[in-house]
Write a protein that binds this ligand. Structure first.
Ligand code: GTP
Ligand code: MN
Ligand code: MN
Length: 363
């Protein structure tokens, strides 16, 4: 007799914040193809097109099993015609000609290189490309004017291209916690960003500083940064004052930028002892964000990511709930009130969403 196994049909909710998306998933080639096109669209300044590819890629990221064929795409949300053709080609041929052409193109490779520099966004990279610049060497030989941040980014480029490991990130979190607790007893430090989602590597380390007593966190960052400087650990830093006011109209339309006091740094990460002649440190990016205790669940949710998961949470809040979510709070527009929360779980409850733990937010 014959055994027929029928794969259960794939069910995917329309918003990424309604889905459980683990780090590892069974469709890496398909996701990579779509994410390459998303990146290329952003490099071309076509944000809507980029977002469409990102949404399609994110749907494939959450599938519990490998996609069997394009017949399975019809029930899935967010897969447009272009994404459909790309997926079909990868499923049938293993690669997609358009994606391969993008990856080989001088434009894509140069934009990828330039936007990887700390302090360089798509617009700057695009200007440089149109001026004919193609390499880091070109920036120097053409005497391209760089901000202090970009200068540091170029100087540390090779180090910063090395991924930060989890143990290194946790080591930095401990170092910062020790220093913070000496300056302010009971200060807390939370490792957010990709590491909180379970990623083994990251391009930087994102730390949230707080204190269980509201207001005590004020004035912590300056002395903390000064201490890092005294230790000779700071290679670069720029700080931003808090610009948060409770009277301001809450907003999620100004992008992911929040108004916390913060410091963007490049730190000298001291490496375990090695043989003679080997440099004993490496430059790494560290972001420090100071958060009042009452806003900590919102900041934690906002700084854990992924970037797409955050964008979808805000879109869901606005369009499905008439609420504004950002890293400071949740505002109910119909009632004209802020909804306080003492945990991430409570924020999901306010939004009427099932709780998604950090390791399943890799949308
Ligand atoms: P890797 O560092 O590459 O491992 O990825 P990551 O997910 O940690 O990305 P990144 O460090 O760029 O950002 C971490 C999270 O913080 C992301 O979800 C971003 O949306 C969020 N984030 C980054 N910058 C800001 C910011 O200025 N304000 C707010 N509110 N969120 C930010
Ligand atoms: Mn990060
Ligand atoms: Mn960061």
């Amino acid at each position: 007799h014959v055994t027929v196994t029928v794969e259960p049909s794939l069910q995917v909710a329309p918003y990424a914040c309604q889905r459980r998306t683990p780090l590892d998933h069974p469709n890496p080639a398909l996701v990579m193809a779509l994410e390459t096109l998303a990146e290329a669209a952003l490099f071309a300044g076509e944000e809507a097109r980029g977002l469409a590819f990102t949404r399609a890629a994110s749907v494939l990221r959450c599938l519990p099993r490998a996609l069997q064929g394009t017949h399975e795409l019809s029930g899935l949300p967010c897969i447009g015609g272009h994404s459909h053709r790309v997926l079909q080609e990868v499923l049938e041929d293993g690669v997609c000609a358009e994606v391969e052409a993008v990856k080989q193109s001088e434009r894509y490779q140069t934009m990828k290189l330039f936007t990887q520099i700390f302090g360089v966004g798509v617009r700057t990279a695009d200007c440089w490309y149109r001026e004919g610049l193609r390499s880091l060497g070109d920036l120097q030989s053409h005497g391209t004017r760089l901000t202090r941040q970009q200068q540091a980014g170029v100087e540390c480029f090779e180090d910063l291209a090395v991924p930060v490991g989890r143990a290194e990130a946790e080591g930095l979190a401990c170092l910062v916690l020790d220093a913070a607790a000496r300056l302010l007893p009971s200060a807390s430090v939370t490792l957010a960003g990709g590491f909180r989602r379970g990623k083994p590597h990251g391009h930087d380390v994102d730390l949230l500083l707080s204190h269980p007593e509201e207001g005590r966190e004020v004035g912590l960052l300056g002395p903390l940064v000064a201490w890092l400087e005294e230790q000779g650990l700071l290679l670069y830093q720029h700080s931003q004052h808090s610009s948060y006011t409770t009277t301001a109209e809450p907003s999620s339309s100004c992008g992911p930028l929040d108004r916390f006091e913060r410091c963007f740094t490049i730190l000298r990460l001291v490496l375990p002892a090695t043989g003679t002649g080997v440099r004993a440190w490496r430059a790494v990016r560290l972001d420090l964000v100071v958060v009042p205790h009452s806003q900590l669940p919102f900041a934690l949710l906002g700084w854990t990511g992924s970037r797409h998961f955050e964008r979808e949470l805000r879109r869901f809040a606005r369009h499905e709930r008439e609420m504004v979510l950002n890293s400071h709070g949740l505002y109910n527009m119909r009632q004209g009130t802020f909804l306080p929360a003492s945990s991430e779980e409570e924020i999901f409850q306010h939004l009427g969403l099932d709780y998604i733990p950090p390791t399943l937010r890799n949308a």
